[in-house]
Write a protein that binds this ligand. Structure first.
Ligand code: ZN
Length: 210
């Protein structure tokens, strides 16, 4: 908005002018690492980090300034999380193991970037969607903290599947000593203590290919 029109409208529409100012500030777009302010001016809020008195943006997004509280933050590029579609490939961590289902905290969607992605709740892999064959014991397929690659098969109740070859556990840790497990045939082996463990292993295990 131009300065002149601001002055004209200032008295008549004081409130709406304030709002306009606010939304213009929110449109200042920054990239990861960009300088957004200093700790002399502001308190570092969400989406920022402080480096020797300078406040930088952690991710990609829009600068937001709370003038009252003097807090500067960066709102992720997508105000609403990117929508998950059936068929999307996601990556996430196992946060809960139950009898018939494991819960996954999704950290990213393939092709949509992972930095600005947020989820309200976990997704689930039902025992029937782990493999294309029968699975009796989920404890033989996944463990807590495993990183898994999975396909979204139902967005209504956030169901995932790992039945395809490339899907499944991408990274796992020894349940005894927490060392990252290495591929050893169709099992995983701990290079530190020698323990072997079973998983529904992705064909991309250990490659970091997402
Ligand atoms: Zn071990």
């Amino acid at each position: 908005m131009a300065e002149e029109s601001d002055a004209v409208e200032q008295q008549a529409e004081r409130v709406s002018t304030e709002e306009d100012k606010m939304s213009e500030e929110e449109k200042l777009f920054v990239l990861p690492g960009d300088l957004v302010g200093t700790t002399e001016e502001f308190t570092a809020g969400k989406g920022t980090y402080v480096d020797v008195g300078d406040i930088h943006s952690i991710g990609t997004g829009y600068v937001h300034i709370d003038r009252k509280a003097r807090v500067i933050s960066v709102v992720p590029k997508t105000a609403t999380p990117p929508e998950l579609c059936e068929g999307d490939i996601v990556i996430g961590g196992i946060t809960n193991l139950r009898d018939s289902v494991v819960l996954v905290d999704i950290g990213g969607i393939k092709g949509k970037g992972d930095r600005e992605f947020q989820m309200n709740g976990p997704a689930a892999i039902h025992v029937s969607n782990v493999r294309d064959s029968y699975v009796k014991n989920l404890g033989q397929e996944f463990a807590m903290s495993d990183i898994v690659k999975a396909k979204v098969i139902n967005t209504q109740n956030m169901r995932l599947s790992t039945s395809e070859k490339s899907l499944g556990v991408m990274k796992a840790y020894c349940s005894k000593c927490r060392t990252a497990l290495e591929l050893d045939g169709n099992r995983l082996k701990c290079p530190a203590c020698g323990r072997t463990e079973k998983r529904k292993i992705s064909s991309d295990y250990g490659t970091g290919i997402f």
